[in-house]
Design a protein around this ligand. Structure first.
Ligand code: HEC
Length: 155
């Protein structure tokens, strides 16, 4: 009896906790795919903004907090690309993505890799706990955002 009651619950839990893999096949429709990449960028921005505040001296620098956000961006940097593939490919509806993304895909992908590499270096620099060491790596990472947005995002 108990088992019978638990079974539907187990089914719900297992559905609720199925982790979406970062693969194009995961997405069933274009709108979800566009949201996926936008949400990933929003998370990147939220974490990035706190670091920006600390680099500019608007937020008191705290090494552990900075490291936490640097680590977050390092991991999040791997997320958005999948949202430009599969059913999200060529989709610019409710999106600021420019069609050039898909006509110059290898360049777009390499600019995404620039962010991945720069944010990984930033996370390493953060371990120094020295804002002088961190600031140049932060600016380099910010440069990768701008490089891509200037070419591939409508503003
Ligand atoms: C390789 C290209 C690329 C890189 C690198 C990149 N972006 Fe973007 N970003 C885009 C594109 C394209 C969009 C538009 C996505 C859409 O609307 O479908 C976007 C959208 C955004 C958005 C708006 C999300 C929303 O809710 O609509 C924010 C915020 C953002 N990016 C922040 C950043 C920050 C911060 C960085 C660097 C740390 C960064 N991006 C790096 C290409 C990039």
């Amino acid at each position: 009896m108990i088992l019978k009651k638990l079974l539907p619950l187990a089914a719900i839990i297992s559905i609720g906790f199925t982790a979406p893999s970062v693969s194009a096949d995961t997405f069933v429709n274009a709108a979800d795919t566009v949201e996926y990449r936008q949400h990933a960028f929003s998370m990147i921005r939220d974490n990035f903004g706190i670091m920006a505040g600390m680099v500019r001296g608007e937020i008191k620098y705290d090494a552990a907090t900075f490291q936490q956000h640097a680590n977050a961006v390092k991991h999040l940097a791997h997320i958005p690309l999948a949202g430009f593939t599969g059913v999200g490919k060529n989709v610019t509806t409710d999106s600021d993505a420019l069609p050039a993304i898909w006509t110059k895909w290898s360049d777009f992908e390499s600019k995404m890799n620039d962010l991945i590499n720069a944010s990984a270096e930033l996370a390493v620099a953060a371990e120094s706990g020295a804002i002088r060491t961190i600031a140049p790596k932060f600016l380099a990472t910010a440069g990768t955002c701008k490089q891509c947005h200037d070419n591939y995002r409508a503003d």
